[in-house]
Design a protein around this ligand. Structure first.
Ligand SMILES: [Mg+2]
Length: 229
C-alpha cells in the first residue's frame, strides 16, 4: 500500500539555522578565531553549559573583537561556503508555497552579507549588532528578547510561528538549536545537534546537503497543492 503525502505546503513553515547549517562553517566562530583578543572559548563554554543566553554570549565574545563590520565581512567572505543545494531548496519552497525563514543566533551584519539573495526575500531572525566607539554592541530584535536560558531564543520563535502555521519544521546543527528541536514538529539535524536529539529521543533526520532535505520535504508534502493560488 502506498502512503500518500498529506501535508499542505502552506500549513508548514521551515525554520533554518544559519551558522553551520546554511553555511558549512560557523561564521561567528571563524571571526572569533581570527580576530578575538581574548580566550573566547571560555565564554563559549559558559554558553554550552547553559549558564548565559546567546545574546550575552555574543555580546561578551564580540566586545573583544576590535575590528568593524567591513573588515569582518571581508574575512567572512573568504572562509564561508554555502551548503550545497540551498538555492535549489529556496526555489523549491517558493515554487510550492512552502514558507522558509532563517533563525540565527549570529549577528545581522554577517548573516545579511553572506545569505544568498532570495525572491521573495526570506524572513531573517538574528541578533542585531552595531560597531560603536566603545566596540561591538549586541542586542535582540524588539519582541525577541531572550531570558537566561540559552535555548530560549529559537524555541520562542518556533512557538510563535506555531500560532500561524499548523506545523513548524526545524533544520539546525548546534547548541542554540536544542530548544527549537525540542518543540518543532520535524527536525533535520547535523552534528552536534543530531547526537543531542538522539540522546533525548527526539526524532531527527540526518542530512548532508539541502538536496537531501528537499527530497525529504518533497516526499512529505501533498503534491496537488498549486504553486500560485
Ligand atoms: Mg548553527
Amino acid at each position: 500500500m502506498t502512503v500518500d503525502p498529506t501535508t499542505d505546503a502552506r500549513s508548514v513553515i521551515v525554520l533554518v539555522d544559519f551558522d553551520g547549517t546554511i553555511t558549512e562553517q560557523d561564521i561567528g566562530i571563524e571571526l572569533l578565531e581570527r580576530f578575538s583578543t581574548t580566550d573566547w572559548r571560555r565564554i563559549e563554554e559558559r554558553f554550552d553549559a547553559g549558564e548565559v543566553s546567546i545574546e550575552q554570549n555574543m555580546q561578551e565574545q564580540f566586545s573583544n573583537v576590535p575590528q568593524d563590520a567591513p573588515e569582518l565581512i571581508e574575512y567572512a567572505g573568504t572562509v564561508a561556503s554555502i551548503r550545497p543545494g540551498w538555492d535549489e531548496f529556496v526555489r523549491f519552497a517558493s515554487d510550492t508555497g512552502l514558507k522558509l525563514a532563517v533563525v540565527s543566533g549570529g549577528l545581522d551584519f554577517y548573516v545579511s552579507a553572506l545569505l544568498p539573495p532570495a525572491d521573495p526575500p526570506l524572513d531573517v531572525h538574528c541578533l542585531r549588532a552595531e560597531y560603536t566607539p566603545e566596540g561591538w554592541k549586541v542586542w535582540s530584535p524588539p519582541g525577541e528578547e531572550v531570558g537566561g536560558e540559552p535555548t530560549e531564543y529559537k524555541q520562542a520563535i518556533v512557538r510563535r510561528y506555531r500560532r500561524e502555521y499548523e506545523q513548524v519544521w526545524f533544520i539546525g546543527n548546534g547548541v542554540s538549536d536544542r530548544g527549537a528541536a525540542q518543540v518543532a514538529d520535524r527536525v533535520w539535524a547535523v552534528e552536534p545537534l543530531l547526537a543531542y536529539c538522539r540522546q533525548l529521543g527526539i526524532p531527527a533526520t540526518p542530512f548532508e546537503t539541502f538536496h537531501d532535505v528537499r527530497a525529504d520535504v518533497e516526499s512529505l508534502l501533498r503534491r496537488s497543492v498549486p504553486a500560485s493560488d
